[in-house]
Write a protein that binds this ligand. Sequence first.
Ligand code: ASP
Length: 439
Amino acid sequence: MKKVVKFGGSSLASAEQFIKVKEIIRRDDQRRFVVPSAPGKRFPEDGKVTDMLYACYALAEEGKDFEKELSRIRARYQEIIDGLKLDLSLEEEFKVIEKQFSEKAGENYAASRGEYLNGIIMAAYLGYEFVDAADVIRFAPDGVFDSELTNRILGERLAGTEHAVIPGFYGAYEDGRIRTFSRGGSDITGSIVARAIKADVYENWTDVSGFLIADPKIIDNPEGIDTITYRELRELSYMGAGVFHEEAIFPVRREGIPINIRNTNDPEAAGTWIVESTCQKSRYVITGIAGKKGFCSVNIEKAMMNTEIGFGRKVLQAFEDNGISFEHVPSGIDTMTVFVHQDEFMDKEQKVASAIHRLADPDSIEIEADLALIAVVGRGMRSTRGTAGRIFSALAHANVNVKMIDQGSSELNIIIGVADDDFETAIRAIYTIFVISQL
Ligand code: ASP
């Protein structure tokens, strides 16, 4: 058995956190491949090293003095090295970084140094081999992650390795130039490593004990989720259930490797398992509720729309031409509604509306703003009667007006559109009916 263990920034923010991490790794000798993030916040007002690197490099790029910023970053690492009593110096590394910054090596290079340096410290502290992600994680010339090439190179590189540390968040083009994933991308690296070595489990260690059924900012002390499927998580994650990077699911999903979200500060907690499929029933009919505010709906009406071939394509073309992606497209007999992100849409609304008129010749267009979408997700829904009925009667009792309903074809989720102002009330009503009233 082998496990890939990824530790997030707050798990590696200080020497004390590193000590906890080593303890976790030592407790299970299958934890052989370690993917660290850059040091995160030690306390709420603290800075994340990645943010500090971006800020420092911005100065360098403007030709300003970046010494003070860089020495603050150096101090963060030195504090960890001293706290761990390691015989390790990053002086040479910082000389290279300073030179590269002066020569404007690029923002991607700058940001990647957070994970790179933390990886060096982690490897020294654990006595594991350090494998630079720039040598094994590959991006194609157009900037897209090259999954198959990476899988081959990384698989071969790690085949004969017992224990290794591979820094998260970045890789390189063939010519060696560094490229990072999007923010929070160390989760993706962990998943890529797990796939390449065909790990039995991908453990993702963070500062919460897994996923919660609903956002704790809205629900007091929500219950945790024990097991969730990849598909359920996708339905929730695009709505913003932020513990795990939404793209990180894909590499392990190809191999059916389960992911276990764990808490570095509470290692005994079982956390959440993310799996391909399970016969374990979730405790409640629903697995989770997630949502987002700030959507607009564009309601397009045209008589006999249902018989006009190509109408939908023409409407969507207007959005595509303006570089806007859509979230949902519920339709009626003579109407079609397109839900879009308000912040992307606002500046372009009139351009889109005139493009719809030009391309699809509708009778009327009506735009409504400040809408929220809520996804109620659960594999249990498929076999349970009355789920939708319970949701809508709960919302009616809470005086929430439902503006849109969309049941995903997988019968795994129901999406509800409400006014932004009703968002929290709606989530509380749904949580109460499915969780609290079942306790
Ligand atoms: N350090 C990077 C960030 O802050 C990547 C990560 O932590 O996953 O986004």
